[in-house]
Design a protein around this ligand. Structure first.
Ligand code: FAD
Ligand code: NAG
Ligand code: NAG
Ligand code: NAG
Ligand code: NAG
Length: 539
């Protein structure tokens, strides 16, 4: 493994000295930045057999099914040497404590949620993968005071779809979602969890009361905004670098029964963006606001996210709208309601909001679906794509956060020039205002209050397609860099520590300090390639 780039060494040394002198953390650390550390002398076979002697509730497997080195991205495949299927918290802390104590800095550990990462982030080459879904525990819904406030306590390996079904039994549901629910709680909280509710409630990481975490030293730590807050905010959006989330308390709201789901089209980006920004700025607005770019309306790969039930004659009219080859922008909105008493208020509110927008009138799609059907909408498309063998293909996705004042320039260049010849999947584009988001989490966002999430959700099908899309992604990134748009990657992916340092910007030092405090051997989440070597070795 390569050493960290030379330019980052002095900074780390300065940080290390400050940190150690202030905290005497984990005391016997001797600073050693010139990995390999003493420990990598231990051959992996020894490490494996020593792991095998640990008393566990679950199982440690040495024979590795190929699945352990796959992910949704289907581009990187790094096989581990072992997989832990933990059945208890102590299985996880025991294994990590052991690896930490034998100082096995070369034997990395990746928590694997539902492995819907895109570039190997949940993989551990020649190391240990912890299959978090084995840790499922009974979920607990707890109401606080007046029945309107509640939380659910869940395992970090729980799928959001299960969280939804369980909380609905109590009439509640989480407030902030992702577009797709077959992802784990620990996996999305390590990133952010951004969807059409984030403009109002913040991303999923802003809707967590409490976490239980196993650090890179094997310690089990309870944390919240008031208790071990540094670890709490470190883990939220922390890309798995500081600990493994074993439990989370997630904020709930009373759940609606139904959703009015609406789509309208625009041919002018400026009008589309103005309407989106207006909707996220007002008080009594929709409950969900997203949008997407439509470059090629034929082809299932481009429309998988937008399939709508076409029973209504109005919708048939809307699908027949001819774009004449132009790029279109689709604004997608939803209003929650519970029949019968909320039908009228919903209808009035929606009619009023729509009357303030400037979409192409003949393009309105209206639909009413259950809350579950709405939230789980992408799963329906997944089943269709699976049936055609189009789900397990490579997914060279690119997610960007683009500052509001730069989005028009971005639109002109990317949708007007770079992507004119082809596009290979849905492209989401919608604004959020982060003023009410919690700025203490590890999520990196652009500097402006309002920024757009732009998600290129490409599928690579056919020869040369992957290279072509990766090349397009690079052109988009190069343009952002050259035009100095102040764009940040979401679900970031970089190859060198220098790039990571520039991603974090002024927050890099704090990030390194946390690594030193909670995972000094850099055992955790190696797939991000942020820290390849131990930054301190214990004696
Ligand atoms: C179809 C699809 C739709 C998506 N839609 C959205 C969306 O709308 N909004 C959005 O924000 N994201 C979205 N994503 C991205 C998704 O949130 C991330 O890829 C997320 O990491 C996937 O969760 P997972 O459980 O599969 O995580 P994994 O891929 O298993 O893990 C992701 C990272 O987190 C670490 N990790 C996993 N579990 C834990 C844990 N318990 N504790 C600590 N670290 C852990 C892993 O080591 C890895 O580094 C989507 C992804 C897909 C494939
Ligand atoms: C750091 O590790 C290297 C290689 O293992 C070793 O040669 C060196 O003496 C160590 N330095 C310190 C300060 O421990
Ligand atoms: C509101 O109700 C009217 C009359 O039933 C109906 O035509 C209209 O489509 C409804 N609007 C919405 C947004 O549901
Ligand atoms: C649009 O999609 C169709 C069907 O997938 C494909 O044949 C065509 O080449 C695409 N056109 C463009 C401009 O990408
Ligand atoms: C973002 O939200 C804040 C607080 O509500 C508001 O003051 C500000 O004007 C908003 N920014 C924009 C660009 O709409």
């Amino acid at each position: 493994m390569a050493s960290p780039p030379p330019s980052s060494l002095p900074l780390i040394f300065i940080l290390l000295s400050t940190f150690l002198s202030l905290h005497h953390a984990n005391t016997c650390s001797s600073i050693n930045n010139s990995a390999p550390s003493s420990s990598s002398i231990l051959p992996p076979s020894h490490i494996l057999s020593s792991l095998q002697t640990l008393p566990l509730h679950g199982f440690l497997h040495h024979s590795i099914p190929p699945l352990a080195s796959t992910d949704f991205g289907n581009i990187y495949h790094f096989p581990p040497l072992a997989i832990l299927h933990p059945h208890s918290l102590s299985d996880i802390s025991r294994v990590i404590t052991h690896l930490f104590q034998i100082s096995s800095a070369s034997f990395k550990i990746a928590a694997r949620g539902h492995a819907h990462s895109l570039q190997g982030q949940a993989q551990a080459h020649h190391g240990l993968v912890i299959n978090m879904e084995s840790l499922r525990e009974a979920m607990r819904v707890v109401r606080i005071d007046d029945q309107q406030v509640a939380y659910v306590e869940v395992s970090g390996g729980e799928l959001w779809i299960n969280v939804l079904h369980e909380t609905l039994k109590h009439g509640f549901a989480p407030k902030s979602w992702t577009d797709y629910l077959h992802l784990t709680v620990g996996g999305t909280l390590s990133n952010a969890g951004i969807s059409g509710q984030a403009f109002r409630h913040g991303p999923q990481i802003d809707n967590v009361f409490h976490l239980q975490v196993v650090t890179g030293k094997g310690e089990v730590v309870a944390c919240s905004k008031d208790q071990n807050a540094d670890l709490f905010y470190g883990v939220l959006g922390g890309l798995g670098q500081f600990g493994i989330i074993t439990k989370a308390r997630i904020s709930l709201e009373p759940a609606p029964k139904m959703v009015k789901w609406i789509r309208v089209l625009y041919s002018e980006f400026s009008v589309f963006a103005r309407d989106q920004e207006y909707l996220i700025s007002i008080e009594n607005t929709f409950d969900y606001i997203e949008g997407f770019v439509i470059m090629n309306r034929s082809g299932i790969l481009n429309s998988w996210r937008s399939s709508f039930n076409l029973k209504d004659p109005l919708q048939v009219q809307a699908t027949q709208f001819e774009s004449e080859g132009r790029t279109l922008y689709c604004l997608e909105m939803a209003k929650y309601f519970t029949p019968p008493h909320e039908i009228e208020a919903m209808n009035k509110s929606v009619e009023h909001l729509l009357s303030e927008l400037s979409y192409i009138p003949s393009t309105i799609f209206l639909s009413e679906v259950s809350y579950v059907e709405f939230l789980d909408r992408v799963h329906a498309s997944e089943l269709k794509l699976r049936a055609k063998g189009l789900w397990d293909v490579p997914h060279p996705w690119l997610n960007l956060l683009v500052p509001r004042t730069k989005i028009h320039h971005f639109n002109q260049e990317v949708f007007g020039k770079i992507l004119t010849d082809s596009n290979n999947g849905p492209i989401l584009i919608y604004p959020v205002n982060q003023t009410r988001w919690n700025s203490k989490t590890c999520l990196v966002t652009p500097e402006e209050d309002v920024f757009y999430l732009v998600a290129f959700l490409s599928s690579a099908v056919g020869e040369g397609s992957l290279e072509h899309i990766l090349n397009q992604n690079k052109r988009i990134l190069d343009f952002c860099e050259e035009a100095r748009l102040g764009v940040k990657q979401y679900l970031p992916h970089y190859n060198t520590q220098e790039e990571w340092q520039s991603h974090f910007g002024s927050r890099w030092e704090a990030f390194v300090q946390r690594k030193l405090a909670y995972d000094p051997l850099a055992l955790l989440a190696p797939g991000h390639r942020i820290f390849q070597n131990a930054i301190a070795t214990p004696c």
